[in-house]
Every structure is written in structure tokens, then in C-alpha cells.
Ligand binder design. Structure first.
Ligand code: NAD
Length: 425
């Protein structure tokens, strides 16, 4: 495994940055003459750490650590979400930014890769505190974001309301109405129809294509989903509509199982009432670790990084793993899944539906002409199917996994741009 030569990175073998580096190492043999530029991919172009002080409702002042990392911008402005989570670190944001570079290039979107985050548990803040924190963070990173520089979007624990505050703060600071500075906005602020469910839809589209290739019938297929937020819930609903049975769901409130299939229409309205799936009465409760033993055909990790460990990869009965989350599978677990003949559609293509519709949103904002939801969904389907086909052909040609093939396609595009632009000065 590649050790980072960056002084500000600690060596944490199972950490997301090390996972990313080892994924890059695996692709080097397929890069030909472009391999001379590979070091570019092993360091972020720019990493900003900001202090985010806010006044709490009780008059005290709290400080939060905020980050915005621009990993690579050879192919276009930075693009990637903003995460609010108590475990956010610089290294995590670096890895997430790097995966955005790969993802955007894999789908051939004209973007580089970026990501942001604040180390905070947003559930402990009032709505006013959340707004103040978002606005101060946006001002602090305002020196490097912009509609042509770097365009944030939602990620874990951020949503259209937070994007609206970011857009408003940036607009106030620049004396503009800069709708194109963030994506994932509410519809009447220049948001795009179909954006909220786009990542889950992309997971479904790539899953549907992969299932077809391995002759797995979605009708009656058993699906287990970890993480039931923006990504997991939208994907589960689409799989259920295609006739699949959602046999297990896990989120931070618990694990629910029902081998006959969890009724999505019954479950969805209860989510706000219980804050997650844990309180749902229409399924049995299970131990969190038992989630990985549930008999299933398709496993969708759609929560956080590092969830599919070696141990869990050995136990899963899935034939197909669809990575809704970013970085859910550790490299050693990836090898076990491959050895066991379990097909993995990697994050860097599987969850690219969100950024694809974010790209549509950005294009619509610039042209001030908005598309119908059907147009969005059709274009999304077409782009995802085309991107996956190109990746699959690469995998077949070199006899490599879909992950390494996605990295091969993406790195070739990034490093070609790097080479053509040349080194400045
Ligand atoms: P979200 O905040 O909407 O949902 C996160 C879900 O994960 C929640 O259901 C939460 O309960 C669950 N979760 C958190 N900790 C957990 C734990 N320890 N065990 C089990 N479940 C846990 O976030 P999201 O936007 O759905 O993002 C989920 C993943 O998808 C992240 O890896 C994110 O980076 C990735 N992703 C999101 C988007 C997007 O458009 N939102 C796009 C691409 C990738």
C-alpha cells in the first residue's frame, strides 16, 4: 500500500485517504505514459482549514473546524458536497474530494473534484445555530468557491435548505444572485427537478444494468440497505418499484428485517416520527451486526466509509454490492468480494447520479432554462448507462474489477488534461 508522503497526513491504514491511495496504486499499470503524472492524484491541489465560530442561542460562543479541499481541477471547476458530521477530518475530506475527481471524470462531467465538511453533530444545534454556522462557514470558504471555481452540494446531514443559506451568503458577499454557486438547492432558487433522488436513482440504474449482466432478476430479488437517508431511501424505493424485496434496512437508529419485504409505503411516513427506521413496527428488529448476515442478493451500503470490512465481506450472501456511500469497502474487503465472485459496482460510478443531476442544475442555472423531471431522469439514465458500459468494456479488456476500470477511465481523462495543460509556470 502506498504511504502518503504528505506531512499533514497520519498513516491510518484503514482510513479513507489510504484507501484512496491504494486504489490509485492499482490503476498505475493501466495508465501507460500518463503514469508519470500519477503523483498529481496523490495530493490535493488545495486544502483550506477554517475556524467557524458562532454564537449559540444561550449566548456562549462555539468554534467548529471546517474544511474545503480541492483535489484536482485539471478538467474543470471543483465539485463536491459538504458534510456535517462529528467525525469529519481533513483526511476524510481529502479522500472524499479525490473520489469526486475520479467520479466526475468517470462520468465525463466537466468538473474537477472537491469536498467540504464541518466537524459537528448538527443534531445538537438549533435551526438558527445551524444557519449561523452554515453562513459563517460559507463566508470562510468564500475565497475559494464560486460558480466557475468550486461548486458545493449536499452530502451527509446537509440538504436543500443548507444549500439555500450557502447560496444566499455567497450572493450577499459578492453582490450578486449567484444561483450557480451551489447545487442541490430548493427548486424555486434554481434547483433542479429530480436532484433530491438523483443519487439513489443512479444507484438503481447502475444496479439494474449490473443485475442484467449477471442474470439476476430484480423481480423478487432480496435487497439489504445500510443508510436510509437521501441515497439509501431513494434507491430502496426504486428497487421496490422494480419488484425487489427490501429485506433489511439499517440506519443510525437501528436495524429492521422482514424476509417478505419491508413495505416502503408504510415505512416512509414514519421516518420523521422516529428519526429513522428504528421505530418502525412493520418489521422485526435485529442486532446491528446481524445486518451483514441477512440473506440477500443485493447489498447497498449507503451510509459512511469503511463499513464493508474483511469480516463482513466474508459473511455477506449478496451477489451484487452497489456502493451508494463513498468509500464503504476497505481495500482488503474488496479483494475478498472479488475472490468470492461477488460483483461490486464501485462508488465512483454507482453514486454518480447525484453529481450528474447537479451538473444539469448548474447548466440550467447558467442558461436560465429549466427542464422537466422526465427529461432529467432520461438524461441521467442515458449518461449513467453509457458511462458504465465504457467502464465495463475497460474491465473486460484488462480483466480487472469495475473499481480499477473506473479509476483507469477516470485517471486517463484527468491525466490527459493535466498533460495537455502542462505545468505552470
Ligand atoms: P444522509 O445524511 O441523508 O443519510 C445518511 C444515512 O446513514 C442515514 O440514514 C443515517 O442514519 C445512516 N447512518 C449514519 N451512521 C450510520 C451508522 N453508523 N450505521 C448505519 N447507518 C448509519 O446522507 P446521504 O446523502 O444519503 O449520504 C450517504 C452516503 O452517500 C455518504 O457516503 C455520502 O457521501 C454518499 N453520497 C451522497 C450523495 C448525495 O447526493 N447526497 C451523492 C453521492 C454520494
Amino acid at each position: 500500500m502506498s504511504e502518503s508522503s504528505l506531512s499533514y497526513v497520519t498513516h491510518h491504514a484503514d482510513g479513507p485517504w489510504q484507501t484512496y491511495l491504494s486504489q490509485v496504486d492499482r490503476v498505475v499499470p493501466y495508465l501507460g505514459h500518463l503514469a508519470r503524472w500519477v503523483e498529481t492524484l496523490k495530493r490535493p491541489k488545495r486544502a483550506l482549514i477554517v475556524d467557524v465560530p458562532i454564537e449559540l442561542d444561550d449566548g456562549r460562543v462555539a468554534h467548529f473546524e471546517g474544511f474545503r479541499v480541492q483535489h484536482n481541477m485539471s478538467r474543470g471547476p471543483g465539485k463536491g458536497g459538504v458534510r456535517y458530521h462529528p467525525n469529519v477530518t481533513l483526511e476524510e475530506v481529502m479522500a472524499l474530494a479525490a473520489w469526486m475527481s475520479i467520479k466526475n471524470a468517470a462520468v465525463n462531467l466537466p468538473y474537477g473534484g472537491a469536498k467540504g465538511g464541518i466537524r459537528v453533530d448538527p443534531k445538537l444545534l438549533s435551526i438558527k445555530e445551524l444557519e449561523r454556522m452554515t453562513r459563517r462557514y460559507t463566508s470562510e470558504i468564500g475565497i475559494i468557491i464560486g460558480p466557475h471555481q468550486d461548486i458545493p452540494a449536499p452530502d451527509v446531514n446537509t440538504n436543500p435548505q443548507i444549500m439555500a443559506w450557502m447560496m444566499d451568503t455567497y450572493s450577499m458577499n459578492t453582490g450578486t444572485t449567484a444561483t450557480g454557486v451551489v447545487t442541490g438547492k430548493p427548486i424555486h432558487l434554481g434547483g433542479s427537478l429530480g436532484r433530491v433522488k438523483a443519487t439513489g436513482r443512479g444507484v438503481f440504474v447502475t444496479g439494474r444494468e449490473a443485475a442484467r449482466r449477471i442474470n439476476l432478476d430484480l423481480d423478487g430479488a432480496r435487497v439489504a440497505v445500510q443508510g436510509f437517508g437521501n441515497v439509501g431511501a431513494a434507491a430502496a424505493e426504486l428497487f421496490a418499484q422494480a419488484g425487489a424485496k427490501i429485506v433489511a434496512i439499517q440506519d443510525h437508529t437501528g436495524t429492521i428485517v422482514n424476509e417478505r419485504g419491508i413495505d416502503m409505503a408504510e415505512l416512509m411516513p414514519t421516518l420523521t416520527q422516529y428519526g429513522g427506521v428504528g421505530g418502525f413496527k412493520g418489521a422485526d428488529k435485529a442486532d446491528d451486526e446481524a445486518f451483514w448476515d441477512v440473506k440477500c442478493d443485493i447489498l447497498i451500503p449507503a451510509a459512511l466509509e469503511g463499513q464493508v470490512t474483511v469480516e463482513r465481506a466474508k459473511r455477506t450472501t449478496a451477489k451484487l454490492v452497489l456502493e451508494g456511500a463513498n468509500g464503504p469497502t476497505l481495500p482488503a474487503a474488496d479483494d475478498i468480494l472479488a475472490d468470492r465472485g461477488i460483483l461490486v459496482v464501485p462508488d465512483v460510478i454507482c453514486n454518480a447520479g447525484g453529481v450528474t443531476v447537479s451538473y444539469f442544475e448548474w447548466v440550467q442555472d447558467f442558461s436560465s432554462f429549466f427542464w422537466t423531471e422526465d427529461e432529467i431522469n432520461l438524461r441521467l439514465d442515458k449518461i449513467m448507462v453509457g458511462a458504465l458500459k465504457r467502464i465495463w468494456d475497460t474491465a473486460d479488456k484488462h480483466q480487472i474489477t469495475l473499481r480499477t476500470a473506473t479509476f483507469a477511465v477516470a485517471c486517463e481523462r484527468i491525466l490527459t488534461a493535466r498533460e495537455e495543460r502542462g505545468l505552470y509556470p
